[in-house]
Design a protein. Structure first.
Length: 403
């Protein structure tokens, strides 16, 4: 019986890795080694039980150095590029999209404290965030707002030595286990946005509950309700005037890493389908020899390559400090659609066995379909691209520019 374990990556991502330093390429290779074997098997087994993967794997991931992937070297981190970050995430996504999302989310909070936190925040939180003994999560979405950050209604009012926060956040990745939430709130009567590091301690002023998501247990999603919940003064991360801009930049980057993880998931599914079709016999020949199936998987491969190229272009723009708003939306839109459609085609190419527990393609489809909602729906991505058309595609035929 196949374990569904994926083969070593082919040349698909070689053009990505050419832009990494030797040290970063070793980090990607280390992530590949970590994911193979017991971790991969545990992810699939946990999915089949409808449970999150064992929390101990977060500590092991931290011990391997991946929660400090982008933490500044002066703070004990690797200081890796954004491209390296999404390559590591893609390696995990070959085994589970949701687990990759979970681990990447935790790593991002350590990076944020290292790069933008105060000395007090780094002293209190950063060692634990890098070690996996303290967990944090971004928390922006609300029940009535989703990815519309302008609809945020959670309010923080000043109190002695801090703020009192009231409101509800939902779809918080890792929300069932985190110790802190980086929460976008409106400050006092003025309503200006700020980001606070909110301690997550269940009690009279804070309640959280798991959000049931069939097939998505590895996300550890939660809804968090706050009622006059006190945040200490040192918890101010982004003050009014910069918080919304910082949050939007984080969302744009997140769209690219969602796309990169879709590429990793689809690549793994295609490798598994091709391997199966090369050995499964029908009408006296491997089913991969039949033109109909060849064409079916050829289309999957073509969309996969196109998605990978979009992700690389977007990541390179981020690492150069360039505007990546439109390309982030484009690569998420295309990669998500390619992955959802493509994994389904891989399952179909294998017949009923492709949907069975002997393979992980069913898990891959269950998890990657949720990418369509993370960090903005595909409908929002089309709207984002559409609103930038006049700016991004203004050059007239012949290169003379629009009149």
């Amino acid at each position: 019986m196949s374990t569904g374990r994926t083969a070593a990556p082919s040349s698909l991502l070689d053009d990505h890795d050419e832009h990494l330093t030797p040290e970063e390429r070793e980090l990607v290779a280390a992530a590949r080694r970590f994911c193979a074997g017991a971790f991969s098997d545990d992810l699939h087994a946990s999915y089949l039980r409808g449970e999150p993967f064992p929390r101990d794997w977060i500590l092991r991931w931290a011990e391997a150095g991946f929660l400090r992937l982008q933490v500044e070297p002066r703070h004990g981190g690797h200081g890796a590029s954004f491209l390296c970050k999404i390559r590591v995430a893609a390696e995990v996504a070959r085994h589970s999209f949701a687990a990759a999302f979970c681990l990447n989310n935790l790593q991002g909070q350590a990076t944020r404290i290292s790069r933008a936190g105060s000395d007090a925040q780094r002293e209190r939180l950063l060692p634990g965030l890098m070690a996996g003994t303290v967990l944090a999560a971004p928390s922006m979405s609300e029940p009535d707002g989703g990815s519309d950050l302008g609809a945020v209604s959670t309010v923080a009012v000043p109190v002695e030595d801090g703020w009192s926060v009231t409101g509800t956040k939902t779809w918080v990745t890792n929300g069932t286990v985190v110790d802190y939430a980086t929460m976008l709130v409106r400050m006092g009567d003025e309503g200006a946005f700020a980001n606070l590091l909110v301690p997550c301690r269940d009690g009279p002023t804070m309640r959280r509950e798991a959000v049931a998501m069939p097939g998505g247990a590895h996300f550890r999603l939660a809804r968090i309700e706050l009622r006059a919940h006190v945040v200490p003064a040192w918890g101010l991360l982004d003050p009014p005037g910069s918080a919304l801009r910082t949050s939007m930049a984080a969302v744009n980057a997140a769209r690219i890493h969602v796309a990169a993880m879709c590429v990793g998931t689809l690549h793994a599914a295609l490798c598994e389908a091709v391997a199966y079709a090369g050995t499964r016999q029908a009408s006296g020949a491997p089913i991969l020899a039949h033109q109909g199936l060849q064409w079916q998987l050829a289309e999957v491969a073509t969309r996969l390559e196109a998605a990978s190229a979009l992700v690389l272009r977007a990541a390179r723009l981020v690492d150069r400090g360039r505007d990546a708003m439109t390309i982030a939306a484009q690569c998420k839109l295309f990669a998500v659609d390619a992955a959802i459609w493509g994994v389904d085609q891989c399952i179909r190419s294998m017949g009923a066995v492709g949907a069975s527990a002997a393979h992980r393609l069913g898990m891959q489809l269950d998890e990657v379909r949720l990418a369509a909602f993370a960090d903005g729906t595909n409908e929002m991505m089309r709207d984002r691209v559409g609103r930038g058309l006049a700016r991004d595609y203004a050059e007239a035929p012949g290169g003379g520019g629009a009149a």
